[in-house]
Design a protein around this ligand. Structure first.
Ligand SMILES: [Zn+2]
Length: 373
């Protein structure tokens, strides 16, 4: 499905761009961050929390949902929008990343990936076609092709082989589409080898995908290598299709990804860190550890610059007490805070782009980031 992506502004000094696209569920403004709802829920948050935070797209994981509850139950329950009561958009990954990170006994062939899942050890052959079948049962607005991800530090021949297979699997995915209401994004691989990246962009962009992701980053390369690869790759993607940087990253990565022409991001970082007391503050420029004893008797908010429900309502000392006591409420309150920081940063980046001051915003934002940490 064509998402009718429209560009509304471009930064004259960087590759940053402001745009919007439309799914059958809602309109999505870009640049945008997508909270991760791995097994069909953004951990500890309900749909009202997410709409209050201003989230417009959330992520579902094909690997997790395909293993449990599985396709028949997903279909019986009406897909993720219905079962999770989520009225806005959903993007699903293809399962490729979890196979490499979570499973053992994997065998990658031209047909697909054979692996034992991490729940009951059951054997599954994930093919590009099965990945799309699971994504159709989830009912996501945007599906991703199954890709073969090679770690960034792999030998060139390994990266090249994974890249070629990713193209063939992407074309099989195009042929296996069943839902006219679902967009399909291809994934550019090629590690940190710019020549391979160039070649893969050319291979994939010759086909009618509805958007393109830059994959194979944040998997072992250095931050400067990631930014360099992104600066090279993103501007070569079609100007009239959304560009998605998968699995990235820190607030710094969001600012720099946008500056290099990325429209969509997802990462477990804000929610996963929140549950451990790792909180982004000061517009995402710094991180604090709420476990630290210095917050014990702190009657002030955990972030005086933040306007989220948690910071407006509770003291840092009380939140620390809940965290130390592992009280359930704290996971929700801290997730609300961190996601607010991320989504507010994206709102600020969009406002800066709309008002033609993105480059100045970026400079000012970085000026407030501490030298280390
Ligand atoms: Zn807050």
């Amino acid at each position: 499905m064509d998402l009718n992506f429209t560009l509304e502004a471009r930064c004259p000094e960087t590759e940053a761009r402001l745009g919007r696209f439309r799914t059958t569920h809602n309109e999505v403004e870009t640049p945008q961050f997508m909270p991760v709802g791995t097994v069909g829920s953004v951990k500890s948050l309900d749909p009202r929390d997410l709409t209050d935070l201003g989230a417009t797209v959330i992520l579902g994981n094909t690997y997790h949902l395909g293993i449990r509850p599985g396709v028949p139950t997903l279909e019986a329950l009406g897909g993720m929008h219905t079962m999770a009561a989520w009225p806005r958009s959903i993007l699903t990954d293809s399962g490729g990343f979890q196979i490499l990170s979570l499973t053992n006994l994997r065998k990658i062939t031209e047909e697909g990936v054979q692996f034992r899942n991490h729940i009951d050890g059951g054997l599954l052959d994930l093919t590009p076609e099965l990945s799309l079948r699971i994504q159709a049962a989830i009912g996501s607005d945007i599906a991703m092709v199954l890709d073969h991800l090679a770690p960034s530090n792999s030998p060139r021949a390994v990266v090249e082989e994974a890249m070629g297979r990713t193209t063939r699997w992407a074309l099989r995915s195009l042929a296996a589409r069943t839902r006219p209401d679902q967009a399909l994004f291809a994934i550019v691989q090629g590690g940190v080898d710019l020549e391979l990246r160039q070649r893969h962009v050319e291979e994939l962009c010759a086909h009618p995908f509805d958007g393109f992701a830059v994959g194979g980053l944040a998997v072992g390369e250095s931050i400067p290598q990631m930014y360099e690869t992104l600066a090279f790759t993103a501007p070569k993607l079609p100007v009239d299709k959304p560009r998605y940087l998968m699995g990235v990253g820190t607030p710094q990565d969001l600012v720099e990804g946008v500056a290099r022409g990325i429209d969509l991001f997802d990462c477990v970082m804000p929610t996963r860190n929140a549950r451990k007391g790792g909180l982004f503050v000061d517009g995402g420029r710094r991180k604090i550890n709420l476990n630290n004893a210095r917050f014990k008797d702190d009657r002030g908010p955990l972030d005086p610059t933040c306007t989220c429900y948690t910071c407006r309502t509770f003291s840092a000392g009380y939140l620390r007490h809940l965290l130390v006591a592992k009280e359930l409420l704290v996971y929700r309150l801290l997730s609300i805070h961190n996601l607010h920081i991320y989504l507010e940063l994206m709102r600020n980046l969009r406002a800066a782009l709309r008002e033609g001051r993105f480059a100045a915003f970026r400079r000012e934002w970085w000026a407030g980031v501490p030298a280390k940490g």
